[in-house]
Design a protein around this ligand. Structure first.
Ligand code: GTP
Ligand code: MG
Length: 379
């Protein structure tokens, strides 16, 4: 699956290489028979000769890796806690609501009050039947610059809590969050927050309901499908109701995970730390991960050296629906990369090296177009 060369395009279409080179030259592109040709340029050449070209997208490095781990035998399937992502516009109260839920104060320790990273927390709450239930919450930043984090958060989640501040209404990030949740086909529950503020008048609330309905979230009060819970993170209003609705919605989904076998999950974020090396914050989704396990995640591989849970405790092993920070891998994987426990270090290395090679080829393919301008620079 190398990128296609002029020679390759020629033999696939029957157009002479000289003609392709001439065509590209007229467009200001210098090429030789062995030059790689981008998808768009190849399409243009084919169009010029009235040839229909079917372009197969190259498998991404990630897809290649995931395919190898797709066949996973289920060992011990059991019900699992839901993963709930909190989305919404900046400052609408996502972190404060989570703080209320956790009865802990994270927002106070954050730089400038903005959630810089996706925080992940495992919280025990009382379910509708009075029994203790576990819910995993993912906090996300509302800042415009963090769109990819929200997209990722929405993808690895079972339910979305969309926080809308009653004193501010539906904002650009709110609309974007709705789009992410819909794209991921995840049910949305709205927390109409800051209900304690003087701006939370009946008139304003009606206006916000209207805005939500316009974006496909028709409130149950209006005969629609979307639950809207009025909350105040500062006063604690509506928190129990929100948790009850989440519990109810999660039950409907009948979520399960495999509690046995080698672990797999998703990287929430990763970074290089002085003294600790590459550190990945992950969510375990299936199986068990232990200190000493061999692991591969995107371009990174290694052996799990230590694991820290969301309460800052060292743990030796962990199962599904557990957020963890782990170290022991050689490079920094991308947020959103899956991770897999393998049976040997060699296997983890093989998969990681294959990822790196695919990544290298794709960077190459996107760079090999030599135009007259940079050709002149090169000589
Ligand atoms: P980002 O992470 O920056 O997107 O913000 P966020 O959505 O996490 O909001 P955060 O919880 O940091 O709250 C922003 C501000 O709103 C803080 O000053 C909170 O004290 C305040 N706030 C949050 N919830 C409420 C509420 O229910 N009522 C009132 N009056 N203020 C609130
Ligand atoms: Mg926040």
């Amino acid at each position: 699956e190398e990128p296609i060369t002029i020679k390759g395009l020629s033999s696939a279409t029957g157009i002479k290489t000289a003609q392709i080179i001439k065509f590209l030259f007229k467009q200001g592109v210098m090429a030789t028979v062995n030059s790689a040709i981008g998808t768009e340029a190849a399409m243009e050449v084919a169009m010029e000769y009235d040839i229909e070209l079917e372009v197969k997208e190259l498998e991404t490095a990630e897809e290649k890796v995931e395919k190898q781990f797709a066949e996973r035998e289920k060992v011990d399937e059991q019900p699992r806690p839901p993963v709930v992502t909190v989305l919404g516009h900046v400052d609408h109260g996502k972190t404060s609501l989570l703080d209320r839920i956790r009865q802990a104060d994270v927002a106070a320790h954050e730089d400038g009050g903005i959630t810089q990273h996706v925080g992940a927390y495992r919280v025990s709450v009382e379910g509708n039947d009075g029994a203790k239930k576990t819910v995993v919450f993912l906090d996300t930043p509302g800042h415009e610059a963090f769109s990819t984090m929200r997209a990722r958060g929405a993808r690895m989640t079972d339910l979305v809590v969309l926080v809308v501040a009653a004193d501010d209404g539906v904002m650009p990030t709110t609309i974007e969050a709705i789009a992410h949740a819909k794209a991921a086909e995840v049910p949305i529950i709205v927390a109409l927050n800051k209900i304690d503020t003087p701006q939370a008048t009946d008139e304003n609330i009606r206006k916000i309901y209207g805005q939500l309905a316009e974006h496909g979230l028709n409130p149950t009060d209006w005969g629609g499908e979307t639950e809207i819970i009025k909350t105040s993170a500062t006063e604690g209003t509506g928190i129990t109701e929100l948790l009850e609705i989440l519990d109810y919605q999660a039950e409907l989904l009948e979520l399960t995970a495999d509690y046995g076998g080698p672990a797999r999950g998703t990287v929430i974020e990763a970074e290089m730390q002085t003294g600790r090396g590459s550190v990945a914050r992950v969510l375990v989704q299936d199986g068990q991960v232990k200190v000493g396990d061999f692991i591969v995640s995107g371009r990174a591989f290694g052996r799990v050296r230590d694991m820290i849970n969301d309460r800052d405790q060292s743990v030796a092993d962990a199962g599904p629906a557990t957020p963890l920070e782990l170290s022991g891998i050689d490079l920094v994987p991308d947020a959103g990369d899956k991770f897999f426990v393998t049976d040997s270090l060699k296997r983890a290395e093989e998969v990681a090296l294959q990822y790196r090679e695919t990544e290298r080829q794709q960077t190459l393919a996107s760079k090999t177009k030599v135009t007259l301008d940079n050709f002149a620079d090169a000589v």
